[in-house]
Design a protein around this ligand. Sequence first.
Ligand code: URA
Length: 219
Amino acid sequence: MSDNPLAELTKNVLVCEACHLKDSRTKIVPGIYGPVNGLCIIGEAPGYYEDQQGIPFVGRSGKLLDKMLESIGLKRGEDVSILNVIKCRPTTDDGKNRTPTESELRFCGERWLFKQLKILAPKLVVSIGSISLKFFIPSATVTKYVGEAYDTDFGVKLFVTYHPAYILRNYNLLELYEDHFKKLKDIYDEVPSAEGIKSQKNKILGLHSEQKSLTDFFG
Ligand code: URA
């Protein structure tokens, strides 16, 4: 076992050729790591700018995300990990960003994100946007789950909020978004020093047999 399992894992992410997204990407975007037992924000997939730079959330959405984090006294990389479920940019035939498919989500997420989370053992995971939420709780919708934290049976809490791109399109929700960040910070501060993701056979709250492989990973 390596004495830096996160570095070891990231090395493997950076040479991944396991799916067709290798053909459309420019750079793989493994994510930015904050402390172990910290806060993890989970987005969807890299877009154009992230794909160019190999860094998550560097476009307009990223600027808003950084601003939200700053408003609660946190900084990406120093206090917070920023990860995506998918590590390579999904594109349309004419080279535009596209929403990842369910199978791309599951394939990449189970291959890499869950391994990252197992090592990072976050006190609180925050899903931003519907794609990331669906990865954790397939039956959930942002409309129904937004603004609350949910206990999961694998040892971490999941807070659900909007994707910053959605707020940029619906600027009237900015105040509510700020409230979500205040609330998630309060929850984060209250979670006792994490034991992180435990190896349990239990399922994440609300997951069903469709995610058996995910629970197998933890079990
Ligand atoms: N949107 C995401 O979900 N992730 C990024 O890294 C950039 C935009």
